[in-house]
Design a protein around this ligand. Structure first.
Ligand SMILES: *[C@@H]1O[C@H](CO)[C@@H](O)[C@H](O)[C@H]1NC(C)=O
Length: 530
């Protein structure tokens, strides 16, 4: 009995699929599918009206706002405020770092030849991004109290143009002489995978289907066989379905999309971490071949076979040879982020370790510890610490938050500190931005990328781009040494002086690019930071 039913169902499903394919083919030849980003149609309007009713109920009952709680609610009207300076002592900023504030919009627009034009352009780009990334599955849906309708509020998903049975549909009401329910969709059609006696079904294969029966139990039985077939292709979207009786309406979403295709790295079977198989060290060099050689020599003391990828944008490149070294020559002066992007793009191992070309590996540079925490936690990126020549060890941990600010743009707030310590790793914390010595999952870092326009300066910009997509940690017990930084000007070699000229004398054009990235690309109006 069960087997025949299953077989029958299989035939029905296959027929349904073939019909879908046929109709898709027919559609393909006759009409085009509108793939302009839209934010829902008729159903969305209905849903919005219903949500408004739900949220604005009981208008005649008075209420009292609790200021200390209400002030924390997002208002879409953020401002950037600096700390007031209360006292001024030598080093007071080191002991009690005070927050500064910077108006990105004034700085960028103030010297722009067409500030109104660029504001308008940013607004257009932003609204088209919002339309493109709108997902009906993110919309708020409230299940009414005492609705007689039973339906899935979340978790129904199918692949594009396929068919599923919608689980969980039901009607729970007083038995009467006639029981009727309606289903309405936008991106697909309904059908039934089996029929039940004494139930009438109208609109099979259409976007609107009605089921009715004098017997409530028969109708509920029939509802167990309702199918949904997606008919408009989209790789990742959702359909909002209306499920209703004469007196009640409910809405739920069916997610439609290809499943994510995994990207796995085959690092070979290993009893303990094989660093050469798991990690590639990436760096970018400019003018400092002596430092680079020291870095490579120090790495080789501890990791003789790990691959090192070097991106090099020198005007007169010198050979950097040796086993397990990939040296990529770039056009002269392409810059800092372009080089990081190139180096990271060539990595084929599961993890990439970023180092600056003037770092030195020591016995404290335990790359295995970074691999361990990435293997055992959900972190995508973990940073270590950098020991300066003076003995001071820096971890440079920051938290970042973005507050909504309406039409003028959003506010970004950067603070020293971290979110929490990581259980099982007492020297490690979770933060949003970390120091320049970090290991990450290669595919995740490649997804974020390094904006190649940031030629001279840039660090936080990567972490701002990574906000919300990378889970970031920082461990104080994996330490790399800095070969040099604080050096008196008269003791510098000629090449060091030239390097400083390029790296630290950022031109006004470079400043302009940093400003534009914050103002336009990230759509910020202002920033506060320590
Ligand atoms: C570690 O990985 C490297 C590179 O894949 C490989 O050549 C080497 O044989 C591995 N070592 C061990 C002990 O498995």
């Amino acid at each position: 009995m069960r087997a025949t039913f299953k077989k029958g169902l299989g035939i029905i499903l296959i027929t349904g699929l073939l019909l879908t394919l046929f109709s898709a083919w027919r559609r393909g030849t006759s009409t085009a599918v509108d793939i302009w980003p839209t934010q829902g149609g008729h159903i969305k309007k209905l849903l919005e009206a219903k949500i408004e009713d739900t949220l604005n109920g009981y208008p005649d009952i008075a209420y009292h706002i609790k200021d200390d709680v209400a002030c924390h609610l997002a208002q879409n009207a953020c401002v950037c405020l600096a700390d007031e300076e209360t006292f001024h002592l030598p080093y007071s900023n080191l002991l009690f770092p005070h927050v500064w504030a910077h108006k990105i919009d004034l700085a960028f627009l103030g010297s722009h030849p067409d500030p109104e034009g660029v504001k308008r352009h940013r607004a257009q780009e932003y609204s088209s991004l919002q339309r493109r990334s709108y997902n009906p599955a993110d919309a708020l849906i409230v299940a009414d109290a005492n609705s007689p309708l039973q339906y899935p509020t979340q978790g129904v998903e199918l692949r594009p143009l396929k068919t599923i049975i919608i689980p969980g549909l039901g009607l729970k009401e007083e038995t009467g002489s006639d029981h009727v329910v309606y289903l309405t969709a936008t991106l697909g059609t309904f059908n039934v995978a089996a029929t039940v006696d004494k139930v009438s079904v109208k609109g099979e294969g259409e976007k609107h289907m009605m089921l009715s029966s004098p017997l409530l139990s028969s109708l509920n039985r029939q509802l167990q066989f309702v199918t949904y077939t997606n008919t408009v292709f989209h790789p990742k979207t959702a359909d909002t379905v209306k499920f209703a009786t004469e007196g009640h309406q409910s809405f739920f979403t069916i997610k439609i999309g290809h499943g994510p295709v995994p990207k796995l790295y085959n690092s070979g079977y290993q009893k303990e971490y094989n660093i050469s198989a798991l990690v590639t060290i990436a760096t970018k060099t400019f003018l400092r071949y002596d430092k680079l050689k020291d870095l490579i020599d120090s790495i080789r003391q501890y990791y003789p076979t790990v691959t090192i990828v070097i991106a090099d944008d020198n005007e007169h490149p010198q050979p950097v040879t040796g086993p397990h070294i990939d040296h990529y020559i770039m056009p002269f002066g392409k810059g800092w982020f372009a080089g990081r992007n190139l180096a990271v793009s060539q990595v084929t191992t599961k993890y990439v370790l970023w180092v600056d070309d003037d770092f030195i590996f020591t016995a404290n540079t335990k790359v295995e510890r970074m691999v361990d925490i990435l293997e055992k936690t959900t972190l995508d990126l973990v940073a270590g610490a950098v020991r300066e020549v003076t003995g001071y060890t820096a971890t440079y941990r920051h938290t970042i938050s973005v507050e909504e600010g309406g039409d003028e743009g959003d506010c970004i707030h950067i603070r020293n500190g971290y979110h929490h310590v990581i259980e099982g790793f007492p020297n490690c914390v979770v933060a949003d931005a970390v120091i320049n010595f970090f290991m990450g999952r290669t595919d995740k870092i490649q997804q974020v990328g390094f904006d190649p326009r940031l030629a001279r300066r840039g660090h936080l910009e990567f972490f701002i781009d990574a906000l919300g997509s990378l889970h970031i940690g920082s461990c104080s017990d994996v330490i790399v040494s800095h070969a040099s930084k604080i050096k008196l000007p008269w003791s510098k070699t000629d090449s060091e002086k030239i390097y400083d000229k390029f790296r630290y004398s950022s031109s006004s054009a470079d400043n302009r690019i940093n400003q534009e990235i914050f103002y336009f690309k990230n759509r910020f109006k202002c920033m506060t930071s320590h």
